[in-house]
Write a protein that binds this ligand. Structure first.
Ligand code: CMP
Length: 131
C-alpha cells in the first residue's frame, strides 16, 4: 500500500517509479479508501498496541494505492527497498527515507512474509483483478 500521507504529499508517481525501477512487476493495483472496519481488519495483529487507534485514523483519512507486486525474493527485496519502519532509521535512497515523515506516517506498507502477502493480496483484490 501507498499510505494516505504519501498520497496527500503527491508521491504516488515517485514511489511507483522506485518500485518498477527496482524490478517489481505490478500484477494488481487500485486507488481506494479503507473504511474503519477494513483498517481494523487489515491491522488486526496490532490491535493491542497503544498506537492502534491512531493507525486506524491515519489509514482511513484519505485514499491509498494498493498493489500486488511480483519478483523473485519479493518480500525481502521490497522490505529492503522501503527501509526501516521509522524513516529516521531508514537507509539513504529507501522509499521511507525519501517519502515518509514519521514512524506512524511512513508512506508505504509491505508484507512481512509470503504467507501474509497472499492474505493481504486477497484482502484487497478479487481473483479477476490479479494479472
Ligand atoms: P506498517 O509497516 O504498515 O505496519 C504497522 C504500522 O503501524 C506501521 O507501518 C506504522 O504505520 C504504524 N506504527 C508502527 N509503529 C508505530 C508507533 N510506534 N506509533 C505509531 N504508529 C506506528
Amino acid at each position: 500500500m501507498i499510505k494516505p500521507d504519501a498520497v496527500e504529499n503527491g508521491h504516488i508517481g515517485g514511489i511507483l517509479d522506485k518500485i518498477t525501477s527496482a524490478g517489481f512487476k505490478i500484477v494488481a493495483m487500485k486507488y481506494t479508501q479503507l473504511s474503519r472496519r477494513d483498517a481494523q481488519a487489515f491491522y488486526a495483529i496490532h490491535k493491542e498496541r497503544p498506537f492502534f487507534g491512531e493507525l486506524v485514523d491515519f489509514m482511513t483519512r484519505g485514499p491509498i494505492v494498493s498493489a500486488i507486486l511480483e519478483k523473485d525474493n519479493a518480500v525481502e527485496d521490497f522490505r529492503a527497498l522501503i527501509g526501516a519502519t521509522n524513516p529516521a532509521d531508514a537507509a539513504e535512497g529507501t522509499i521511507r527515507k525519501l517519502f515518509a515523515t514519521s514512524i506512524a506516517e511512513n508512506a508505504v506498507h509491505g508484507s512481512d512474509s509470503d504467507e501474509n502477502a497472499a492474505i493481504e493480496g486477497a484482502f484487497h483484490f478479487a481473483g479477476r483483478e490479479i494479472f
